[in-house]
Write a protein that binds this ligand. Structure first.
Ligand SMILES: Cc1ncc(COP(=O)(O)O)c(C=O)c1O
Length: 418
């Protein structure tokens, strides 16, 4: 009898095989993901090891939440020190990590204030609430009429309001009724954006680089035009940098790369150092100042452990080292991936150390390539059928990028040769 059929109390973790783990998850957890058949037991830097002791190069980095590498010593030391002191107080009281965290992150990002939350989707929800309140209280939009303009093919998370303005049928179907007040325009089309804004528009909400859509960079000049339109029409420009932010694109913020300063940043993922979920909304006081006590909150948002970890993340970012690595290694990755265009790939887009790679439909699917990559010791994730995202931890070395690209070349060759 397989271990997974025995009562849970008799199961010791050491006795479980990868197949046992996968069967346990299949039987006892919702099937809202279709993970590759690998069961990770440990991670260090840009490598993870499975329960059988096989090593894999992590080219997803938990969708950029592990930018600083698995088990980053500085981040772990900050977490351990805080674990021994206090981990959760709620915001009913002050604690000694919150003020310094707020001061240090706002200084790094260049905004007056922050609003701490946990997940990326919560940061997006919070940004929407703040923008709506700003529209009613500051801009003077009539009650209940505020609208927010978003981009087609966006990905901002999974909550009910956020999927209300998604156009991905998987994300949306059968989860209605949907939250009203959003209008979508094509990403990169400034004229469509200008036409969608009216006197009741509170905000324009965009990912500066569309991540889940397949690492789609903005067309030249687009974000500057968005900035100008928002200023002219008295609309908040909200940049969702949950995935693009915190060094991934070679800059602390992707907006910096494109020379624009939005009114509000949404941060998440890497802010928690791959240890705890930490997200934040950052804006100046004339925007975040619309919130008064009791109007918004979160039991875990801004907790001592999260703040201690995020302070170390801010300290790592303040050196500029990770941004520099992402810029240089990103150029190298782009060069190496470009060799495969016409040899199994139809296109490659790199923004810093973040690549969207389109697999030739004549060769195979994104998922099929990920499965072959797994066999060659590389973890990557497909999106929208034909595309792979590559976003390794920023601690990766050139030789490891070579390992990943060589594995991709071999995988494409194997699939094409079938
Ligand atoms: C741009 C963007 N915003 C928001 C989110 C949601 O973050 P979370 O999964 O932490 O809720 C994601 C997640 O991939 C994202 O890429």
């Amino acid at each position: 009898m397989s271990l997974y059929t025995e009562p849970a109390t008799t199961i010791t973790d050491e006795a479980l095989t990868a197949a046992d783990h996968i069967r346990l998850a299949d039987r006892h957890a919702a099937h809202n993901y279709a993970p590759l058949p690998v069961v990770i037991a440990s991670g260090h830097g840009c490598w993870v090891t499975d329960v059988a002791g096989n090593r894999y190069l992590d080219c997803l980095a938990a969708y950029s939440a592990v930018n600083f590498g698995h088990g980053n010593e500085r981040i772990l030391a900050a977490a351990r020190a805080q674990l021994n002191r206090v981990t959760l107080t709620s915001r009913a009281f002050h604690h000694d990590q919150f003020g310094p965290f707020s001061a240090e992150l706002t200084a790094l990002i260049g905004k007056d204030q922050l609003l701490p939350m946990n997940t990326g989707a919560e940061a997006v929800e919070s940004g929407i609430k703040v923008a709506r309140k700003w529209a009613y209280q500051v801009k003077g939009v009539p009650d209940g009429r505020a609208n927010i303009v978003v981009a087609a093919n966006n990905f901002h998370g999974r909550t009910t309001t956020v999927i209300s303005f998604s156009d991905d049928p998987d994300a949306r179907a059968d989860f209605g009724p949907y939250t009203p007040g959003f209008r979508a325009v094509p990403f990169g089309d400034a004229e469509a954006l200008a036409a969608a804004i009216d006197t009741d528009t509170a905000a324009v909400l965009l990912e500066p680089v569309q991540g889940e859509a397949g690492v789609i960079p903005p067309p030249p000049g687009y974000l500057a035009r968005v900035r100008a339109l928002c200023t002219e029409r008295n609309v908040l420009f909200i940049a969702d940098e949950v995935q693009s932010g915190l060094a991934r694109t070679g800059y602390t913020l992707a907006c910096e790369r494109y020379g624009v300063v939005p009114d509000m940043y949404l941060l998440g993922k890497a802010l928690g150092g791959g240890v705890v979920p930490v997200s934040a909304v950052l804006a100046d006081a004339d925007v975040l100042g619309v919130l008064r006590p009791g109007q918004h909150g979160s039991t875990f948002g801004g907790n001592p452990l999260a703040c201690a970890v995020a302070r170390e993340v801010v300290a790592l970012l303040a050196t500029g080292e990770y941004q520099e690595r992402a810029r240089q290694l990103g150029e190298y990755l782009h060069e190496r991936l470009a060799e495969l265009v016409g040899r199994g790939l139809t296109a490659v887009r790199c923004v810093g150390l973040w690549a969207g790679v389109d697999v030739d439909p004549a060769v195979g699917t994104g998922r099929g390539v990920c499965e072959r990559l797994l066999a060659h010791g590389v973890l990557a994730k497909d999106t929208h059928g034909q595309t792979l995202r590559l976003a390794p931890p920023l601690v990766i070395e050139r030789a490891e990028l070579d390992f990943a690209v060589d594995a991709l070349r071999t995988s494409l060759g194997e699939i094409a040769g079938r």
